[in-house]
Design a protein around this ligand. Structure first.
Ligand code: FE2
Length: 596
């Protein structure tokens, strides 16, 4: 039985395919069409999923769409009367959903009647909850979804029991933790779609000086409930307009904060205005306000469900700083966050909700790694080398067996080189997790600046993240709960902060990836080789891209390698090395003795 999940007509469009209760493939459209946050119908993602499962579109049994126009209809109609423009925009999107069968058929050049699939509309947050619970390792768990807005709710929670989830409650528009975070992100001068994580990084530089005011902006009003101080926001009157800017092909969200917020907290920061301590303190206050509300919610949810395991989904589940607090602030002992916790993950959630919730298929699948996207064999890599990397002076290419490959990679990283690491199937979700990563030496304090100057060109306040052997987590971090998808930030042990300065944030934390030997064997071997060489089983891991979606195909990896100042590219079993690397001018000489 083949179930295809499709997240369409919204930023982060994606597709996933489940066959007989097991995930076969999942990918965001942006990786394939190279348009960041791509919306619309994810035709290439669907094509890829069908290739992996070996079926034609006409052979799919069920198609799951994570949007239900009938959900919370009364609330929708009440607000439609107040916000006609917003309602018209929603109606336009709904019309597209109504024609999705025809659009899929047209995209695959078949007639709508030839699609034998039964179509299912899965409510937005039900799909989020399913995306976390049904692929988690837990038989029973509390499940929580929190985001900006979906089907007119911003949060929902449930008790997951085997093949069923019992929905226990929700929070409806206009109250929303996602909108709270986005509104304040805009207020701090970050207007681009998806910049909330930057403000989360900024918060570490400040003190929650304005927390009292923020407790009026967002607050828990009773157990399992939260509210926004609506005077501080404008979306309850105007809606939350999302438009598509054709110039740079990015989604744009209209202003969400009100002039009252500026009256209370001072004028909003202009994007070009330098960041100062006041901005850091505002970001810290915003983060603290979110954490207080979430902590109250986690505690109430644990009490209500009696569970020790928690599954999280929705954009708020990417707040790794808040997630790192769960073990201190609630009785939960185990937490699972799926790698595509945001809206891309809806494709997986909708498909599993159909498989288990609707069709009662037994559970037997755990998502313990993120490698669900396209992979390329050595012939395809060789062809890419022939077409994209013609013999040229200054690049040496070697093909190595696995053991030599991991040893060579570890030696390059330990000697201060910046190494592109392209292996296996690409990651599902926004984080590079050892399939499409750029690696660097965590022991070198200057490595953050070197990565920024030579490749990433990011804001200097943003931290880089470490990948660590799972079994070494206790030696470096004060918490040891697995974080395989970089969705938790833990405090680095004080005595280790000078050992791994490059990925340690200014507040002494790091957004770590714990690497499990069974789930990610090649990456694990490479980090172990680095540990054997240096005594430090940790590498800096940042996404393999340069102001673009993360690379997917070998050709894109080669282009990025050739146009940036990356020193080495490990592409499958091939190692490409630039002999004219730029390491010499960047304080990296004299550090050979770091390598023992
Ligand atoms: Fe969502």
């Amino acid at each position: 039985m083949i179930v295809l999940g499709i997240n369409a007509y919204h930023a982060n469009s994606s597709a996933a395919v489940v066959s007989d209760g097991r995930l076969i493939a999942a990918v965001e459209e942006e990786r394939l069409n190279r348009v960041k946050y791509a919306a619309g119908l994810p035709v290439r993602a669907i094509e890829y999923c069908l290739r992996e499962v070996g079926a034609k579109i006409t052979e799919v049994d069920h198609i799951a769409i994570p949007r239900n126009p009938w959900a919370r209809l009364t609330t929708k109609l009440r607000f439609a009367a107040r916000m006609p423009k917003f309602a018209m925009e929603r109606a336009r999107v709904m019309r597209r959903f109504a024609g999705i069968r025809e659009e899929i058929a047209a995209s695959f050049d078949v007639s709508p009647e030839s699609l034998r699939a039964q179509f299912h509309r899965i409510e937005h947050h039900t799909a989020h909850l399913a995306s976390a619970f049904y692929v988690s390792p837990y038989e029973n768990a509390a499940v929580l979804s929190a985001d900006g807005l979906g089907d007119f709710a911003s949060s929902m929670w449930a008790l997951g029991e085997g093949c069923k989830m019992r929905i226990l409650g929700d929070i409806r528009f206009p109250h929303s933790l996602g909108m709270y975070y986005t509104a304040l992100t805009q207020y701090l001068g970050f207007w681009k779609f998806g910049e909330e994580y930057k403000v989360m990084g900024l918060a570490a530089y400040g003190q929650p000086e304005f927390l009292e005011e923020f407790r009026r902006i967002v607050f828990a009003d009773r157990p399992l409930s939260f509210r926004l101080g609506l005077d501080y926001f404008s979306h309850q009157d105007r809606g939350a307009d999302m438009t598509w800017r054709e110039a740079d092909k990015t989604p744009v969200l209209g202003r969400l904060f009100s002039s009252y917020l500026e009256k209370r907290l001072g004028p909003a920061r202009k994007t070009e205005e330098p960041l100062g301590q006041r901005h850091f303190n505002l970001a810290a206050s915003m983060q603290a306000g979110l954490e207080e509300v979430l902590a109250a919610h986690w505690r109430s949810l644990a009490e209500r469900t009696g569970q020790k395991s928690l599954c999280l989904a929705g954009g708020v589940a990417f707040n790794c700083v808040a997630n790192g607090q769960i073990f201190d602030q609630s009785p939960f002992e185990r937490v699972y966050v799926q790698p595509a916790a945001g809206d891309a993950g809806l494709a997986v959630g909708a498909a599993f909700e159909v498989a288990h919730g609707k069709l009662a298929a037994p559970r037997g699948f755990v998502m313990d790694h993120a490698a669900w996207g396209p992979g390329y064999d050595s012939n395809e890599i060789r062809n890419a080398l022939d077409s994209h990397c013609p013999a040229q002076e200054g690049i040496r290419i070697k093909e190595l067996p696995e053991e030599a490959l991991v040893q060579t990679t570890a030696r390059h990283v330990a000697s201060g080189k910046i190494v592109g690491w392209f292996q296996g199937r690409s990651e599902w979700g926004p984080r590079a997790l050892g399939q499409r990563s750029i690696l660097a030496d965590p022991r070198r304090p200057e490595m953050k600046d070197v990565l920024n100057r030579r490749i990433k060109h990011r804001e200097t306040f943003r931290p880089f993240a470490p990948s660590i052997l799972e079994e070494a987590t206790h030696d470096y971090f004060e918490k040891t709960s697995p974080s395989p998808f970089m969705t938790f930030a833990y405090a680095v042990r004080p005595e280790k902060r000078s050992v791994i300065p490059a990925p340690t944030h200014v507040d002494g934390t790091a957004r770590l990836q714990t690497v499990n030997r069974q789930a990610n064997p090649l990456y694990w071997k490479m980090i172990r080789a680095f540990g054997d060489l240096t005594g430090v089983p940790v590498v800096v891991n940042t996404s393999f891209n340069d102001n673009e979606p993360i690379v997917c195909r070998p050709e894109e990896a080669l282009d990025c390698f050739l146009r940036t100042q990356m020193d080495v590219l490990v592409l499958g079993n091939f190692v490409l090395e630039k002999s004219t690397s730029a390491t010499g001018d960047e304080k990296l000489q004299g550090l050979a003795d770091w390598t023992t």
